[in-house]
Design a binder for this molecule. Structure first.
Ligand SMILES: NC(=O)c1ccc[n+]([C@@H]2O[C@H](COP(=O)([O-])OP(=O)(O)OC[C@H]3O[C@@H](n4cnc5c(N)ncnc54)[C@H](O)[C@@H]3O)[C@@H](O)[C@H]2O)c1
Length: 209
């Protein structure tokens, strides 16, 4: 390892959600936080839509549940159109990484002139956005605390990666009770995802030593 890699002169930026709520039943605290918002657009999946009632949302709420695992561009365009019609002041991602990655992009694109292809890459998102809350219901991706989003291009099957600090959640809620219904195989696979993230932190010293 070179001296530069260990040097305090090497800049490191850490971005995290402003607020984290952690613990069994934590999802109820999201309702208190969200009370200031009038129009709430929830992105979910069929297995997670039942958790919406536990949040205790006020205001007008619409829930979009048609997110496939590993979402592709057409699926994203469908949810984006629904959000544009609804005009939310708060977007909530309530599901696994597939749902949370979509919620990030919805929050920054529904009120924007930019298309998703305009923002693929690093720091391309212009910035006007609604508030964003993330509630993971699997435990592996870490997407709730990150600034990246992955959507599949169906023509190439490549994942398009969008990275922007504007996609950081205002609040992330980690409630382990939401993971109890995850199928065993998905629990195992998402655990391997979490392990891979940890191994990456040891083996890749490009971000910081
Ligand atoms: N943004 C990032 O930093 C990041 C990191 C890793 C992965 N990802 C992306 O995340 C996606 C994978 O996310 P994932 O592994 O969480 O899987 P997922 O979101 O695709 O969910 C897997 C399956 O589990 C179901 N499920 C989710 N929560 C459930 C619950 N509480 N009860 C029952 N079923 C439930 C879903 O409906 C789905 O069928 C991929 O698209 C990947 O590209 C993003």
């Amino acid at each position: 390892m070179s001296s530069l890699e260990l040097s305090m002169a090497r800049p490191i930026t850490l971005l995290q959600p402003a607020r984290l709520e952690i613990g069994a039943g934590a999802i109820k605290r999201l309702g208190d936080w969200a009370a200031a918002y009038k129009r709430v657009f929830v992105v979910a999946m069929a297995p997670t839509v039942g958790f919406v009632d536990r949040i205790g949302l006020g205001g007008e709420v619409t829930t979009f549940t048609d997110i496939p695992p590993e979402p592709d561009l057409p699926a994203f365009e469908t949810v984006l159109a629904a959000a544009r019609a609804f005009k939310p002041d708060l977007v909530i991602g309530l599901g696994g990484g597939s749902v949370m990655d979509v919620a990030k992009l919805v929050a920054v694109l529904w009120d924007s002139e930019q298309s998703i292809l305009d923002v693929v890459g690093v720091d391309k998102v212009a910035g006007r956005r609604s508030a964003l809350a993330q509630v993971p219901t699997t435990s592996g991706t870490g997407s709730e605390a990150g600034i990246r989003s992955l959507v599949t291009n169906p023509e190439t099957l490549a994942k398009l990666a969008v990275e922007s600090r504007h996609m950081l959640a205002d609040i992330a809620v980690l409630d382990p009770e939401l993971t109890y219904s995850v199928p065993t195989a998905v629990t195992a696979a998402t655990g391997v995802d979490a392990l891979a993230h940890c191994v990456e932190a040891f083996t890749n010293i490009k971000a910081h030593p």
